[in-house]
Design a protein around this ligand. Structure first.
Ligand code: ASP
Length: 330
């Protein structure tokens, strides 16, 4: 039987890096062909098509570049000869790109995002094992209909749930709320559970001016008001605990909502959703009465991607609220 065909879109990241002896630090250096040559025996499993998007450290990837990547992956996955697409990416912003691809592409075929924690000059480079596991996940029929997946360290996680949890560990990508979807055991993908839901935001545009702000004791409204003066179109606040903010932030929130600028609330806690439990000034109940949108259990960086895409599609506050709150609150 002929091999399945997988397109690998290379974007850069540590998987493409080695240490430059002049500066003693890792920089993008490997070509796609050099990376693929280290994935030994992969020709026995899949035919690979290389697509070069670029060779960027992931802190250099902008939301507009993520949208360009989304268009490229959408075009590629719609080809009849392609079984699945793998995207290589730096791990620092991998969860944002993976989530954006998940929200903007409505295909049943597997789209896998993978990277590496150790560059190719380090002992135990994990780029080749992560890439082979990603390719095996992409050719497995069991991966169909699961949205965009992140495969690292032989674990399969949903792009909508996964986050980078450790600066160093190979086992850094975790879904702290729900756990992994499955594992890659040699070339076999074993799923323990299905995805919880698949969301789709039908937009080709993204709004770049969305602020992400973490709350902490004594944080005031000045930065919120300043961002409004600078033309920001949306604000995500990582609130305290169950979804509360210091009273000193309330003025800024009121100012924002009165100007039609949506404020989305998530929690700075790593797990658990936000809810309108507390009635004091700045508590969740008060924020909800002011018109704050509740962002469920998303981490701030992913809520920001969702708000950027929502604002790309519409500036209607009710529609944006529905995108965030449907299925989540009574
Ligand atoms: N700083 C690197 C990047 O995100 C880290 C990595 O790829 O693991 O490009």
């Amino acid at each position: 039987m002929a091999n399945s065909k997988v397109a690998i879109v290379f974007t850069g990241g540590t998987i493409s890096m080695k240490v430059d002896p002049r500066i003693h630090a890792a920089i993008p250096a490997l070509s796609s062909e050099e990376i693929l040559a280290m994935v030994t025996n992969i020709e026995n499993f899949a035919d690979i098509e290389i697509i070069n998007f670029g060779n960027y450290p992931s802190p250099h990837i902008t939301p507009n570049m993520m949208m360009d990547l989304s268009r490229l992956v959408k075009k590629t996955i719609s080809r009849d000869d392609i079984t699945g697409v793998v995207v290589t990416h730096g791990t620092d912003t991998l969860e944002e790109t993976a989530y954006l691809l998940d929200l903007t592409i409505n295909s049943k075929k597997p789209i896998i995002v993978a990277g590496a924690m150790r560059n190719s000059s380090e002992l135990g480079y994990d780029g080749s094992s992560n890439l082979s596991a990603a390719i095996c996940t992409a050719i497995s029929p069991k991966s169909n209909g699961k949205g965009v997946l992140v495969v690292m360290n032989n674990e399969v996680n949903a792009a909508s749930e996964v986050t980078k949890t450790n600066t160093l560990s190979l086992d850094t990508f975790k879904s702290p709320e729900f756990g992994p979807l499955g594992v890659v055991d040699n070339d076999e993908v074993i799923y323990y559970r299905d995805i919880i839901s698949k969301e789709f935001i039908d937009t080709d545009k993204i709004e770049n001016k969305v602020l992400l702000l973490k709350s902490a004791p004594g944080i005031g409204s000045d930065i919120i008001n300043y961002s409004i003066d600078c033309g920001y179109k949306g604000i995500v606040i990582e609130g305290l605990g169950r979804g509360n903010v210091p009273p000193s932030m309330v003025d800024g929130i009121v100012n924002s909502i009165s100007k039609g600028i949506p404020v989305v609330l998530v929690s700075r806690c790593p797990t658990g959703r936000v809810l309108d439990t507390y009635g004091y000034e700045g508590g969740g109940k008060h924020l909800r009465q002011l018109g704050v949108i509740f962002g469920g259990n998303l981490p701030g960086q992913k809520a920001r991607i969702k708000l950027m895409l929502s604002l790309g599609m519409t500036d209607d506050m009710g529609t944006i609220r529905n995108i965030f709150e449907k299925n989540m609150y009574k």
